[in-house]
Structure formats: C-alpha cells, structure tokens
Design a protein around this ligand. Sequence first.
Ligand code: NOJ
Length: 552
Amino acid sequence: MDALAEHTTSEHSTAGLAPGRPPSWWQTGILYQIYPRSFQDSNGDGIGDLAGILRRLPHLVELGVDALWLSPIFPSPMADFGYDISDYTGIDPIFGSLDDFDALLRAAHAHGLKVLLDLVPNHTSDRHPWFEESRSSRDNPKRDWYIWHDPAPDGGPPTNWLSEFGGSAWEFDPATGQYYYHAFLKAQPDLNWRNPAVREAVHDVMRFWLKRGVDGFRVDVIWHLIKDDAFRDNPPNPDWQPGRPPVESVVPLYTTDRPEVHDVIAGMRRVVEEFDERVLIGEIYLPIERLVAYYGTDLSGAHLPFNFALLNAPWDARRIAQLVEEYEASLPSGGWPNWVLGNHDRPRVGSRIGREQLRVAAMLLLTLRGTPTIYYGEEIGMVDVAIPPDRVRDPYEKNVPGIGVGRDGCRTPMQWERGESAGFTEAEPWLPTAADSEIENVENQRDDAGSLFNLYRRLIALRRRRPALTRGSYEPIAASGDLLVYVRSLDADRVMVALNLGAEPVSLTVRGAVSNGRILVSSSADRDGEEVVGEIYLRSHEGAIVGLDPAP
Ligand code: NOJ
C-alpha cells in the first residue's frame, strides 16, 4: 500500500505543561503496574510478595521505568484478591509486613523509582471492622458509613441496581432487616461517600501512606464513589445481548459517574496536595467525553484519569488516529494525557491484537503524547494463559462463568527465567505459568539484542533522550490502510513515528518538513540509523521512529 502525506501545518502546543515550570515526574515518567501476587515469590508459598518485588527492582531499573504501582497489598480475606480490604493501613501477611514495605519503598527510592499504592475507597471487605460495626445494628454510629436501604414493598431489593460481578447489587441482612449495596461482590460493601466521616477516615488513610513516603495513589473505580441518593432504578440497556456481562443489561445512569463525585475527588486531591510532588490517578472506564471531566474543574480532580481507550480500540490505523485526536481535542486546558495498553482486569494486549503486533503496540504506547503505563510482563510480550476450569480463581469468572470475563489469564506469574515456574516460585504457583515460559522470559530476551524487551529498553531510553517524545506536541500525519504516522515536536526536536498495523508492507511518500531524517529506533532493530529521504517504507508489522532533520 502506498500513501502520500503532504506536511503543511506545524503545531507546537505542549498543552498540559505549566509554562516556566519543569514538568512533574508523573508527566515525563513511565509507570509500571505490578500485580504483587504474580511478580515474584520469595517465601515459597506460590504467591508473590514484597520481598520478591524488592529482589526484582533491578529489572525495573534496567527497563528504565520511573514508578511502580502496586495493586493492593493490604490485609484482605482475598475474596477479590486484595480489592476487598479489611485494614487500610496494614500489609497482608501473604505479602509481608510494614517493615517489608518500608524496605521496598526505601530501596525503590534509592533506585530513583517512585512507588504508588492502590487506594480502594469505594468499598471495603465485609470483614472490615467498619462494616462489622455498621451491620451490627441500625443505630450503630457507623451504620451510615455504608449504603443501607429498606426492602422494596414486595420485600425484594430496593432498586434494580446490578453488581459488576453478577446478580443484584443489594444483599439482604436478616439481622437488621435492611439491604446493603455492593457494586462488586457481596463481600465488598460500598462505603457511603456522602457521609463526611467516611471522607475524613479515608483521607487519614491517604495521609498515613503519604507520610510514610508513597508517591501517590491509583484510585480504584473512582467514578463509582457516589450513587444516586434518590435511589432511582437504572434504565434498561436496549443494546444488551445475552452472552454479554449481565451488568450491562442496564445503563448505570444512577450508580456511576454522578455529578457529586467530582467534589469527592477534589477532596482527595487536596489531601495529595498537602505533600510535595505526589500524584492522584483515577481508574475510570468511560467514553472520552465523560472521562475528561475527571481532571476536575480547574484541574481540581485526578492528575491522570486513566485513559483506557486503547484497551478496546479496534487495531485499525484510522480508528486509533481518530481516538487519539478525539482525546487530544477533549483534554481540558492544562490536562496531561496518559495511555494504557493493559492491566489486571483486561486481556493482555498480545492476546487482543496478536503477538506479531506487539512491537508496534510498544512503539505506539511509548511515543504518544502523555504518560504511558506498562503492565508487568508486557515488556516481554506475555499473553493470556488459558486457565483450566479447576484452576479458576477469579470471583468474576466464578459468578459469571463461560462468557470470557475471567481475569486470571492476564494475572499469571511473571516469566523471569527458563525452568520450573519461570523463576517466579519454587512452589506450585497460585495461577499456572505460561506453557511457553521456557522461551518467552526475561532471561532469554535480555541476551537477545532484537527482543521485545530490548525494544522496550531502546524506546524508553529514546523517550528520555528526545524532549519531543516526553514533552512535545502531537501532530497527525497519515492514517490510511494499516499505516499510522504522526510527528512529535518540541522546538527544534522533531520525531516522526511510522507504524504498520498490518501484515502487508506499506510505504509513505512524505513531503515538506517531515520528508528527511534518520531512523532512531526500528521495531526489529536492524534498520536503526537508516536514512529516510522523501519516502518511508515499512515491512510487515514494522514500526520506525525517525529523527527528522531540522526544518529548512
Ligand atoms: C477495579 C479493579 O481493578 C478490579 O480488579 C476489582 O475487581 C474491582 N475494581 C473491584 O475493586
């Protein structure tokens, strides 16, 4: 396929950066998500832990990332693997102790790595003392810390609100004759964020960790925090089909993305602002036009509302170019962008788009404008592992089996080395290790100059060297067929990114200011340094980053 791109405009906006002030670390940096159960076991129980993460810090340093975000490590009955917290200010013994956490934090900081924790304020475990008090009687002082409601006149649930994990979101409590609301498992009752005492209590939890030195939080389901106080039924979703998750059979109009949530988030932001250089990231699954509201009025909300647009996007050049442009155009003034390819709730990127596109995906993630987040294992191309029925652990898959919602496949042990359990554990791992871990592992890829791991390293190093990539503007050049081309520039530093999202070779004739340069990083390493004059040619599934000559 041939395409022609005439370069006429030149856009030099560096939106989101405060003029005259150096950018914050979370703007120029790269985040790396660790799912602690699956990163490295150090005590032979088949489950990853903090000492294991500490041992593997050199990997993150070698990769070149700036910050690690740990999925929950707090005491938990593990009904939802740590997203059901029974003590916000402790460490679950499975993962270690507070001393282990402090040691990890110190070591990470000594390596120049920031550490972010997962804050789960929407719900606690039903075994959290707050809920145990709340459910103990209707007049307990903590009754109103959770969302209790009388039964409907027929004795059934008060509304038609559905749990994300299947069934009604209301659970009847016979002892006190009322229902409580749980957006997820019934073992995860939702806190009542309309109650100022709840806000204060969670703010104190945040301060506890911020004072200990953590660099910020990724806030779980932040768009869920406030529910309709008139308890109106959600409307049915006319587009829902059997085989889709049952929760999607209603539109969550009254249970998520309520207007009052922004005040709650601004309150959290103020707590983060009591400390220097900390970051607040929000987990939000919403269309772009709703998502960007989470920067808050005058940027009083999350620093980074996670942008998950690429998690569902069809792997199509035009669609991706459109969504990048829609996102760029929707950002509020001063709002800093970010990009995500995978996390612990969604199929891994290689399973969605095919392994042969992983290099192109890496180039996209690390060259778009904004903060990238890498999900552990993405850097070696880990794909979802098929989980035999008797090894399913995810409560979502157990509650809603057989429609492909299970999340175990993207949470399997990190593949470090050749040999049993890929160096993750000496015991039986809590989830199966990938069958190909003998080949696809860090040890093998480290020694192979052309590996995906070394491509990630080269891309990250390039990003650091070229201000255009960390702070420059984004300018679309071409999106046709399988070809996606854009330019990032900051002052005289100009870099063109050309990606072939398909199996057929493509070429692009370029004119004007983007016509000449030299390949800085090519996806298969063998074209680095090659000169580009007026035309760029890409092989099957190939990408290239071209350092452009100064404009004439
Ligand atoms: C979002 C988390 O990412 C997911 O893993 C969890 O199950 C739900 N929130 C409930 O906390």
